[in-house]
Design a protein around this ligand. Structure first.
Ligand code: BGC
Length: 751
């Protein structure tokens, strides 16, 4: 308590200078609190300082070994700076009280949690949200999940996760925004702003944590925690920009990743943590490791024991040890032995204390702990409405063919007999998806219940038919007879929530368990068939694409999955989602992404010795940016404001988009460029902008993008980041594979 009172006094004395003017928040000691931190640190023992660098789980939701069961004892000795997985006001308040009232200096705790796509009210998984291409919506999702979590004792989320991922075998692809650097960077900014707001002392905000720095999404063969190895050019051009975007947006904390980069585990890499993060990017917040990732440098094989690991991590620029306990165990000794400079520890302590000041914890350590606010906020109408809205926006209509003369979707209210088949049809928990925090399945309305509500006059027969694992086909017969008796069949199939996410890599990406066999049997009945696929990743649904007339990719949409899907199926909402990840035809095509290089032997049908497979086309099943609507859009030609651009200038590219169908709809208009000749090879297409527009039937809109020469910059042969003069193509279209194009030349008149 002592320092809480002291802080209050200090705050009062220096009021004019220290007053927050609600400017966009910057992390860092320069923002005030210097005197306070100095005097607090002057009182701290080395042990107490190291305590601030220590984060333990409370024992809930453990994703790895719990090293310290006795954390309460550690806490009152001042050897803990923060806890994670400790939430709800009732639970967290007591822990905060122990820190504030029972430790010598009374320094309040940070309370972290994986609020990834919601705290209790669960929004769509991040990969699904990305498919909305709606940055305002994603910012709002972050703002609302911060509001809910911050009402339940939390002040820190381990999000956004902005790892570029191009391998759907990797289960954590669900947690990020997909394959594209530009898009994921914009999402990173939106989410940081959503979580943190403009002022962290606002008790409805959280500290955000961008993760997993760096390049965790590039695990070889999609196997989680596996080696990452790439050129510096690819690292800087493709993988680093989203983390940088989060930092530029003011993210308060960074999480170091489990993986190695160029032979050095991230938590021991001063190249990543000091050279890039601090020196190049000017990051002023603190860096927390991922779960026990300091200890894991021993099996990585770069240190012989955990003591060496602790020294490597702190000297590399890590500030906080998540759950490993090695800072607490070894840092004091390492300082004594002269292996760790005290200044390293002091720097980290300052950054962590500053974050606590920024949150207003020294003024009021219980500011996140108001039971009434918790009751009012958790599952509030505002949150539940947003869960529905965001779920509708996140679905992607992959295919919608005509059956009996009209597109199968949306379904008509006159459909009398519907068979609803599959393990996700009358399911709650799996709809919440991976990392669903404290998501409460009792609040989920199943698809079955939602369809019955949406089509009260229809007779909807439900049969589960199959599970997610094994090969039990005992439910098939019942499913087939329900299909035979129906006018139309909806199959709700895909993955359960454990089949994507952390430690959930898969080497085969078909429908898991007996679901593919069930699909084929139901299809054989000849009934009009709609599949609703719920999953945490792209599945290789090539057979489905070839045989099923209508496919709605719903991902895992969270608490309001059922009503949102029913709204799309019955046309109360016109789907507008577009893929932010390429769908492969088979696992052998992976990695496959739209921004590939041309190669010296680009594919030519008539020539054998070109870059291709003997057994599968080069093209994906569904390209990046693909997604249908219940209406159609036609694109005019691309017109440029000029065909020549001088270095430092900009031009505009415009296209007229017309709603050529018969209902109102939204379209994501996408802008790509290609640099035809560079000092190093360039991708065949790179996303550089997008706009989501809404058009009435018959309505046209001219969509204009500005292309600045900075947008054309890349890491050139000598690794400088700049644009090079030469010829460029501009593409605008409805997906990365369906565009109109124009050409311009970049000149450099200064040379
Ligand atoms: C994950 C992180 C997560 C942490 C804390 C780790 O296993 O990799 O993303 O934030 O656990 O729960």
């Amino acid at each position: 308590m002592r320092y809480i009172l002291f802080f209050a006094g200090l705050f009062f004395i220096c009021l004019p200078g220290c007053q927050s003017d609600a400017q966009p928040r910057k992390t860092g000691i320069a923002q005030g609190g210097n005197d306070f931190i100095d005097s607090l640190m002057a009182e701290m023992t080395l042990e107490e300082k190291i305590g601030q660098l220590t984060l333990y789980t409370s024992g809930w939701d453990v994703t790895g070994p719990t090293l310290n069961d006795d954390y309460k004892q550690e806490l009152v000795s001042g050897r803990v700076g923060g806890l994670f997985n400790a939430h709800t006001v009732g639970y967290a308040r007591d822990l905060q009280r122990m820190a504030v009232e029972e430790t010598r200096l009374g320094i309040p705790l940070l309370f972290g949690y994986d609020v990834i796509h919601g705290y209790k009210t669960i929004f769509p998984i991040p990969l699904a949200q990305a498919c909305s291409w709606d940055l305002d919506m994603m910012r709002e999702s972050a703002r609302l999940s911060a509001k809910e979590a911050a009402s339940a004792g939390l002040n820190w989320t381990f999000n956004p996760m902005v790892d570029i991922a191009r391998d759907p075998r990797w289960g954590r692809i669900a947690e990020g925004g997909g394959e594209d650097t530009y898009l994921v960077s914009r999402i990173a900014e939106a989410k940081v702003k959503g979580y943190q707001g403009d002022d962290l002392t606002d008790p409805f905000t959280l500290l955000a944590c961008v993760k997993h720095f760096a390049a965790y999404g590039a695990a070889q063969a999609g196997r989680d925690y596996h080696t990452v190895d790439m050129s510096e050019r690819v690292l800087r051009e493709t993988y680093l920009p989203p983390y940088k975007a989060a930092i530029d947006a003011g993210v308060a904390t960074v999480m170091s990743s489990f993986n190695e980069v160029d032979g050095v585990p991230a938590s021991g890499s001063s190249y990543l943590m000091k050279d890039i993060l601090r020196e190049e990017w000017g990051f002023q917040g603190f860096v927390v490791t991922d779960y026990t990732s300091i200890n894991e440098m021993v099996p990585h094989g770069v240190v012989k024991d955990e003591k060496e690991a602790a020294a490597l991590a702190i000297n590399a620029g890590i500030d906080m040890d998540m759950q490993g306990g090695v800072f607490n165990q070894y840092l004091a000794q390492l300082v004594e032995e002269g292996k760790v400079p005290l200044a390293e520890i002091d720097n980290s302590v300052r950054l962590i204390l500053q974050a606590k000041i920024d949150l207003g914890l020294f003024e009021d350590p219980y500011r996140y702990m108001d039971e009434n606010r918790e009751k009012e906020t958790v599952f509030s109408t505002e949150l539940m409405d947003h869960a529905l809205e965001s779920a509708k926006k996140s679905m992607v209509l992959l295919k919608n063919e005509e059956v009996n003369g009209s597109p199968l979707l949306p379904l008509s209210q006159s459909t009398r007999k519907i068979a609803l088949i599959g393990p996700l049809a009358d399911n709650k928990i799996d709809l919440l998806g991976t990392w669903h925090a404290s998501g409460d399945e009792s609040k989920v309305k199943t698809l079955l219940a939602s369809l019955r509500e949406a089509a009260p006059n229809a007779d909807i027969q439900y049969v589960k038919g199959a599970g997610f694992e094994g090969d039990d086909q005992s439910g098939f017969e019942e499913a087939i007879s329900a299909a035979n008796a129906a006018d139309l069949v909806i199959m709700a199939i895909g993955e359960n929530y454990r089949q994507s996410g952390e430690a959930a890599s898969r080497s085969q990406l078909g429908l898991p368990g007996p679901q593919q066999a069930l699909l084929e049997k139901v299809h054989a009945t000849g009934k009009p068939l709609v599949t609703v696929v719920m999953a945490g990743r792209p599945l290789t649904i090539t057979w489905m694409h070839d045989n099923v007339p209508a496919i709605l990719y719903a991902w895992h949409l969270g608490t309001q999955s059922g009503p949102a899907i029913a709204d799309v199926l019955f046309g109360n909402y016109n789907p507008a989602g577009k893929l932010t990840i390429t769908f492969p035809r088979n696992v052998g095509q992976i990695p496959i992404y739209y921004s590939m290089k041309n190669t010296g032997r680009p594919f030519l049908e008539e020539q054998k010795y070109t870059s291709k497979y003997l057994d599968v086309p080069n093209q994906p099943l569904y390209p990046f940016g693909h997604g249908l609507s219940y209406t159609t859009f036609s694109y005019g030609d691309v017109s440029l404001s000029q065909n020549s651009l001088d270095m430092g200038g900009s031009l505009t590219a415009s296209v007229q988009v017309t709603n050529s169908g018969d209902r109102e709809g939204e379209e994501v208009v996408q802008l790509y460029i290609r640099d035809l000749v560079g000092s190093v090879t360039r991708p065949v297409k790179e996303l550089k902008g997008f706009q989501k527009i809404s058009l009435q039937p018959g309505q046209s809109q001219t969509v204009t993008f500005t292309i600045h020469t900075d947008d054309l910059a890349f890491y050139t042969r000598d690794m400088s980041h700049k644009a090079e003069p030469g010829d460029f193509k501009v593409f605008i279209g409805t997906s990365s594979a369906d565009t109109k194009e124009a050409d311009f030349t970049l000149t450099d008149n200064s040379q």
